[in-house]
Design a protein around this ligand. Structure first.
Ligand code: SAH
Length: 396
């Protein structure tokens, strides 16, 4: 096995159990290793620190599989790690009985580059790094064994794979396509999951709790759901007794799925739902001109800043929609506003929202801080894992 020898003092991040080794920390490679191969990680004094997956094409030059020098990386290793990850969810009462659960949350579950979401008895797997890609078979077998799921679909077509020199890979890796569309029930609402054609693995499970919270806030309210995707927030608002729910997305297929989702829930008042295919930035400006207002607004935009390099431009975009949101809010209205950008920390996000309120001339306060659900944990050694942050604000 090849060995990655770190520069002096560069083993500190390994001692803190941070899973990434940046190119600048790596002194030399002894022996030969191809992308995704397991390498031994050594301090400059040649002390064995653990084992990692080698990514020669990426700035993240290696991702630690194990910090235990005695642990080897093989099929049994993946069985153990996957089983642990699945067991963590089973131990959390709030996740028990859920149809849609993230089973493996990459670095924060000790499996860098591995994401697995379970929708009923279908698991959707996304491998984003060379190391994870190399161990596909072991990971799939481990998932099948730990969950007893009927089928596993691979959805490894995320852009980040290119950073590791990987091509997109999609298709069935265990079992066959189900006869019926895959659906899940979330807080009493039935939702279809287009795992092959939708975003990411098909659905945004991270917002599960926040969608339930919206339902609790919605009774009698006019709701504006911006960036609605397949209508998860919208349907919870309807279930919670909203008087009217206007949902906006720029994606026609997402809105088609949203309408289909509404039809899957005949107990919901469909006549109170309105769907709009539009650019949110433009639509909010138009509402402002028309003098339209809302009691409850959700802003859940896509990732404007994938990394801190994009933070400045992203900050302007967040400021823009939050400012417009505040302007459209009725007195006493509530806004649920999110950022899922890794490059924007919670402090910066709060500053942006504060600036937006100020410029909109609204006095507002945070009534709740919001984050991803419990099946999207954040490794204490890996603060980068905290990508989703939100604020529930109330404006006078
Ligand atoms: N809130 C959703 C997830 C939102 S994902 C849920 O709970 O499931 C972000 C969505 O924003 C995507 O559906 C994407 O199509 C949409 N989108 C991206 N840019 C947009 C824009 N400028 N205007 C409107 N929608 C946009």
């Amino acid at each position: 096995m090849a060995q990655l020898v770190l520069f002096p003092d560069k083993e500190r991040s390994v001692h803190r159990r941070h899973p990434w080794l940046f190119a600048g920390a790596v002194g030399r490679l002894e022996g030969r290793a191809r992308p995704g191969d397991t390498v031994e990680v050594l301090s400059d004094k040649l002390k064995l620190l653990g084992r990692a997956a080698y990514s020669p094409n990426s700035q993240v030059r290696a991702r630690m599989w194990s910090f235990d020098p005695a642990e080897s990386i093989d099929d049994v290793f993946f069985k153990r790690r996957v089983a642990l990850s699945v067991a963590r969810r089973a131990a959390l009462p709030e996740l028990r009985g859920q149809d849609g659960v993230r089973l493996i949350h990459a670095e924060s579950d000790g499996l860098p580059g591995v994401i697995a979401d379970r929708y009923g008895d279908t698991v959707v797997l996304q491998l984003t790094s060379a190391g994870a890609d190399k161990w596909r078979k072991a990971i799939v077998n481990a998932i099948v064994q730990a969950t007893g799921c009927a089928r596993v679909y691979e959805r490894s077509d995320s852009d980040v794979r290119a950073l590791d020199g990987l091509e997109p890979v999609t298709g069935w890796v265990h079992g066959e396509a189900p006869a019926e569309p895959v659906t899940i029930e979330e807080h009493g609402v039935r939702l279809g999951v287009d795992f092959a054609g939708g975003h990411k693995t098909g659905f945004y499970l991270d917002q599960r709790d926040n969608r339930a919270l919206l339902g609790q806030l919605a009774a009698g309210k006019t709701v504006l759901n911006c960036f609605c995707y397949t209508g998860g927030f919208s349907l919870q608002a309807l279930a919670g007794g909203a008087s009217h729910v206007l949902s906006i997305d720029s994606s026609g297929p997402a809105l088609d799925q949203a309408r289909a989702n509404l039809a899957r829930n005949p107990h919901l008042p469909a006549e109170r739902a309105e769907w709009l295919e539009a650019d949110v930035f433009q639509a909010l400006r138009d509402f402002r001109k028309e003098g339209r207002t809302f009691d409850l607004i959700v802003l859940d935009p896509p990732k404007f800043a994938p990394s801190s390099a994009h933070a400045e431009r992203a900050a302007r975009a967040y400021k823009d929609i939050n400012l417009l949101g505040f302007k459209l809010l009725t007195p006493g209205g509530l806004m649920m506003t999110y950022s899922c950008s890794g490059g924007i920390g919670i402090e910066l996000f709060q500053k942006i929202v504060a600036g937006a309120a100020l410029d909109a001339g609204r006095d507002a306060r945070i009534v709740r801080r919001l984050a991803g659900a419990a099946d999207h944990p954040v490794g204490l050694a890996y603060p980068e894992g905290e990508y989703l942050k939100g604020l529930l604000v109330q404006a006078d």
